[in-house]
Write a protein that binds this ligand. Structure first.
Ligand SMILES: *Cc1c(COP(=O)(O)O)cnc(C)c1O
Length: 341
């Protein structure tokens, strides 16, 4: 995997959450440090840093990609800021050139939560390999799965040895296995972030067929997109936006309705037709722990209102074409239209 991705080192972990926890330890996050991230993300993005004592500073997203707004980052930086965590929502990249520039200028560590973004690219570079550290998830809801699993990508040589120690309960067992030391010992803090061989083997078979899986997902994604264009043209829904310099991986397909009420009734309508469509993240800054451990910097212009409009359509490897057609027809009929013509 690390050869395909062209990163310094990729280490498998027991989950994406654990990859993020390792990243927080590697970044040496301490009590009172501030970490900037979007509020529109999964709990683990924030939790991993809160576990190290960080205060989370949430920044608004862009309504087009649902990714952190790169133009709001500088205003959120203080003398306590240690790291920026970006989330490549739906496998569509954040504006990495600009974000890298801000991190370099302010001496911040850049961590990519690329749980959605395995084998997606930004300007021909794989997501997760662009910042200092990248985190993948191989949870059963992701593109490549091992039940529970993940990986941490280390893009700086300086992090590699430390990461091996953290993953091996704080010991230099990895060096011992390579015959570089004749016994292993406790070196630093760490935990057990290793996946089992069985999970790794299950994953390996999929990574060997990564293109096949990726292309199949993209085919479904493109079919949804193309078939739903007329509804967008009638101003009934919005479709996902993928910037020119990004190649996504069909991780998920979402539409946006005009408002929460329409979304809720569309979900209900689809459910009555035996189609499971789901919403996505409830912004973290409005959750009990988000209020306790974080603060929203600036105004929540888009995070809440855009997240309320999102509805995800079924997308999994080898979903049958007839099923996709049925789902699309059902959406048309919800809007009292038919898509035969
Ligand atoms: C899935 C996911 C995670 C956590 O991954 P697990 O493997 O389930 O622990 C973290 N961040 C994002 C954005 C995710 O979608």
């Amino acid at each position: 995997m690390q050869d395909n991705l062209k990163c310094e080192k990729a280490l498998l972990t027991s989950s994406g959450t654990h990859a993020l926890e390792m990243a927080a330890i590697l970044a040496d996050i301490r009590n009172g440090d501030e970490v900037i991230m979007p509020s529109y993300t999964f709990v683990s993005t924030a939790n991993a840093f809160v576990l190290r004592g960080a205060r989370i500073v949430f920044v608004d997203i862009r309504p087009d990609t649902m990714n952190i707004d790169e133009n709001l980052l500088e205003k959120a930086i203080t003398s306590k800021t240690r790291a920026i965590v970006v989330v490549h929502y739906a496998g569509v990249a954040c504006e990495m050139d600009r974000i890298m520039q801000i991190c370099q200028k302010n001496n911040l560590i850049l961590i990519e939560d690329a749980a959605h973004g395995v084998y997606a690219t930004y300007k021909e570079k794989y997501l997760g390999t662009i910042g200092d550290i990248g985190c993948f998830s191989f949870h059963e809801t992701k593109n490549y799965i091992s039940g529970e699993g993940g990986a941490i990508l280390l893009n700086k040589a300086a992090f590699v040895e430390k990461a091996e120690i953290i993953r091996e309960k704080g010991t230099n067992r990895s060096k011992f296995f390579r015959g570089q030391v004749d016994k292993y010992t406790w070196i630093d803090i760490g935990s057990s972030y290793l996946p089992s061989e069985i999970n790794a083997a299950y994953l390996f078979a999929q990574l060997e067929n990564a293109d096949l899986i990726n292309n199949n997902r993209l085919k479904t994604w493109n079919m949804y997109f193309n078939e739903l264009i007329p509804l967008k043209e009638k101003n009934l829904i919005e479709l996902p936006f993928v910037p020119d310099n990004c190649r996504h991986n069909g991780h998920l397909f979402y539409i946006k309705t005009k408002n929460l009420e329409i979304k809720t009734s569309l979900i209900k309508y689809l459910k009555e037709n035996e189609i499971l469509a789901v919403f996505h993240y409830i912004p973290l800054h409005s959750s009990p722990a988000g209020i306790k451990y974080g603060i929203f910097n600036g105004i929540d212009k888009w995070t809440t209102c855009e997240s309320e409009k999102i509805l995800r359509l079924p997308l999994y490897y080898n979903i049958e074409k007839d099923n996709i057609k049925k789902i699309i027809s059902c959406i048309y009929s919800f809007f009292n239209l038919n898509n035969t013509g």
